[in-house]
Design a binder for this molecule. Structure first.
Ligand code: DGL
Length: 272
């Protein structure tokens, strides 16, 4: 059985485009509607109640457009709003935290000693404890070291990916983690994959970085054909639409950094 309806995907802004990019490449037959809540970004500094409310409003907008499933491509919304979204939505809802944790626990699973996993994210994601809680559910022996990196999102938003100052900021921010032995480091924020080369250079190339965008693509593969019917083969349903809640020009400019060939995309403004 096939279902030509699109999959909804949202983030507080442009960061979730790293996830969309991975999904579009992995599922060439599927259609997607991406919503960036650009009027209210960042979510990473807001309270759980606010993030929950915003997430449900965004989900409602996508559900009204007839999506068959929802990908929460925002770590903060996944950390603080996933429970509310799953209770509210009539479609399956997939967050980024569970897939990222499964990938990290897979890396430490074969070790004879307890695994050590680092998690970096926004202040709200780290304060929520969602990553350590989920990792403990998967493997109670895993030791988790979490660190909020509030400077990283603004760097990426400004396109400072290989600016000389970035190396200094990343070094300084990650200093508390550099002395800690670790088997894997979860990039628990949608923007961080764009800083992965610098993070890797600072932390050492032997440390495995877990990027939620590839983990969520793998997870969606498990959903499609199971709880979500896939689009008919041949790419007839294939279409990627973009919705934003504030100025589309800035979104378009930013999006070209996240998705190759995105320059001419149609972006529609919506009111939630
Ligand atoms: N998308 C957010 C996340 O993955 C980062 C940006 C924000 O703070 O809204 O946590």
């Amino acid at each position: 059985m096939f279902d030509p309806r699109p999959i909804g995907i949202f983030d507080s802004g442009v960061g979730g485009l790293t996830v969309l990019d991975a999904l579009v490449r992995r599922f060439p037959d599927e259609g997607f509607i991406y919503l960036g809540d650009t009027a209210r970004v960042p979510y990473g500094t807001k309270s759980a109640r606010t993030v929950e409310r915003y997430s449900v409003q965004v989900a409602d907008c996508l559900l009204r457009r007839g999506v068959k499933g929802l990908v929460v491509a925002c770590n903060t919304a996944s950390a603080l709003g996933l429970g509310a979204l799953r209770a509210h939505c009539t479609t399956p809802v997939l967050g980024v935290i569970e897939p990222g944790c499964r990938k990290a626990s897979g890396i430490t699973a074969g070790l004879s000693r307890p695994g050590r996993v680092g998690v970096i994210g926004t202040r709200s994601t780290v304060a929520s404890g969602a990553y350590p809680d989920h990792l403990a559910d998967l493997d109670p022996r895993i030791r988790v070291i979490s660190l909020a990196c509030p400077m990283f999102v603004p760097l990426v938003e400004e396109g400072w990916l290989d600016h000389p100052a970035v190396r200094l900021i990343v070094e300084e921010t990650l200093a508390p983690l550099r002395s800690q032995p670790m088997d894997a480091l979860i990039l628990g924020c949608t923007h961080y994959p764009l800083l992965a080369p610098v993070i890797s250079a600072v932390m050492g190339p032997e440390l495995t970085l877990v990027d939620s965008s590839s983990a969520v693509a793998e997870e969606l593969g498990n959903y499609l054909g199971g709880v979500i019917a896939p689009a008919p083969p041949g790419g007839e349903a294939r279409k990627v639409e973009f919705l934003v809640t504030d100025v589309a020009d800035r979104f378009k400019e930013m999006a070209t950094r996240f998705i190759a060939g995105m320059d001419e995309a149609m972006v529609e403004m919506v009111d939630l």
